[in-house]
Design a protein around this ligand. Structure first.
Ligand SMILES: O=C(O)/C=C/C(=O)CC(=O)CC(=O)O
Ligand SMILES: [Ca+2]
Ligand SMILES: [Mg+2]
Length: 396
């Protein structure tokens, strides 16, 4: 029990303790904080440890799992033992009054494609007449390298991208603002510990390298993407902005959320086998468009887990760096109201979404705001909140 008076069902209780970078006041430097209830605990001030005053989580994440576990145990002691109450209280700030920053200095960014429901939906829309899944899909987690420098914190305006668009019936491409701006509701994994070039990280070693989990919105311009992405994959259609939630939930908080990935109907090569090491996570996502819930994607059904993605990403000897971010791919479930992108929710524009204000949407309009939230089950029967990743579309 904490001596703090926590709001009921806060999502930011003792079982969570996510890390973020915040600033408060005009002159204050960005520093590390931990969310607890409606407060943020100023770790830089409380500990005096310079690792928490660097303005990103990278230096702390690089210290590795023993440091992560030691600080988590220390935080629990500080927040439960009344002997620490007076000193700790002096370093609690109302969360509503601080500005959240990008929590990590993003090294490399990779985006996967690991929801079978999502991949089948896109396959049916884009490749009618062909099998919904490409032949490689159940043999390896498909992914591409994205643009690390355009990963930004939640709240960053989404400037509508311009680019080349060519509808199938157009004789030539035209240049202009994207007419098919979309979202992708995803879950991101943050690497703490680097690996050596030429070595592979196994499925089993996942928790020795990965520090924590955040929410991702991989904004996507479907018209730019459709014209440019053959044969080398997404480029400008997805590189203009990727938004992440400000709080990184430590892997240690998610033990209760672990589930096995769905049963396999295709045998895996040994380096992808995860027998006894399930890293599926039972997270419930929610997507809101201008305040209205439009989807509830279930993360527990993802075919490829983050541990398998990490093993695949490094099996060729590619090294990891502190701050690498890899995202799950769009999270969709089997039901129409569980789809994690508008292109699926509107079935490529054929069935526009009806919003409570009477308007309809196939893709995003200027002024639209999209917010993604998620919860995980916690050991004590409460819920762990991932906070939110939000963004509003600005026309240009
Ligand atoms: O299947 C296609 O042609 C296109 C797929 C995507 O755009 C999905 C993607 O970017 C990866 C993901 O988020 O799942
Ligand atoms: Ca994506
Ligand atoms: Mg992106």
């Amino acid at each position: 029990m904490t001596w703090l008076d926590l709001p009921a069902d806060t999502g930011f209780g003792l079982t969570n303790l996510p890390y973020g970078i915040f600033s408060s006041g005009a002159a204050d430097l960005p520093r590390t904080g931990v969310a607890i209830g409606d407060h943020v605990l100023d770790l830089a001030a409380l500990t005096g440890d310079p690792v928490h005053a660097t303005g990103s989580l990278n230096a702390f994440m690089a210290q590795g799992p023993e440091s992560w576990a030691a600080l988590r145990a220390q935080l629990t002691a500080w927040l439960t033992d009344p002997a620490h109450q007076e000193r700790v209280t002096g370093h609690l700030l109302p969360r509503a009054g601080v500005t959240m920053r990008l929590p990590i200095e993003v090294a490399d960014y990779v985006d996967f494609y690991s929801s079978q429901d999502h991949a089948e939906n896109l396959g049916r829309m884009f490749r009618p007449g062909s099998p919904a899944l490409t032949p490689n899909w159940k043999h390896l987690p498909i992914g591409y390298h994205g643009r690390a420098g355009t990963v930004q914190v939640s709240g960053t305006p989404v400037t509508r991208p311009h680019g080349q668009r060519k509808a199938p019936d157009d004789v030539a491409p035209t240049f202009g603002p994207s007419r098919r701006l979309d979202i992708e509701a995803e879950v991101g994994f943050v690497v703490g510990v680097p690996s050596a070039l030429g070595t592979a990280v196994t499925v089993r070693d996942f928790p020795s390298y990965v520090f924590g989990v955040c929410l991702v919105n991989d904004w996507s311009a479907r018209d730019l993407q459709a014209w440019e992405y053959v044969p080398l994959g997404p480029f400008l259609g997805k590189s203009f902005l990727t938004s992440v939630s400000p709080w990184v939930v430590p892997l240690a908080a998610l033990a209760t959320a672990r589930v096995a990935a769905p049963a396999r109907d295709v045998a895996l090569l040994p380096y992808l086998e995860d027998a006894g090491e399930p890293w599926g996570l039972d997270l419930s996502l929610e997507v809101r468009l201008n305040g209205a819930v439009v989807s509830r994607p279930p993360f527990g059904r993802m075919y490829w887990t983050a541990a398998q993605q990490l093993a695949h990403m490094t099996v060729n000897g590619a090294s990891l760096r502190t701050g690498d971010l890899f995202a799950s791919g769009t999270v969709s479930g089997p039901e129409p109201d569980q789809r994690g992108s508008l292109i699926e929710l509107s079935w490529n524009g054929a069935e526009p979404l009806k919003l409570p204000d009477g308007s309809t949407r196939s893709f995003l309009e200027n002024g639209d705001q999209v917010t993604i939230t998620a919860f995980a089950p916690a050991a004590d029967g409460t819920r762990i909140s991932f906070g939110e990743v939000t963004g509003r579309v600005v026309g240009k």
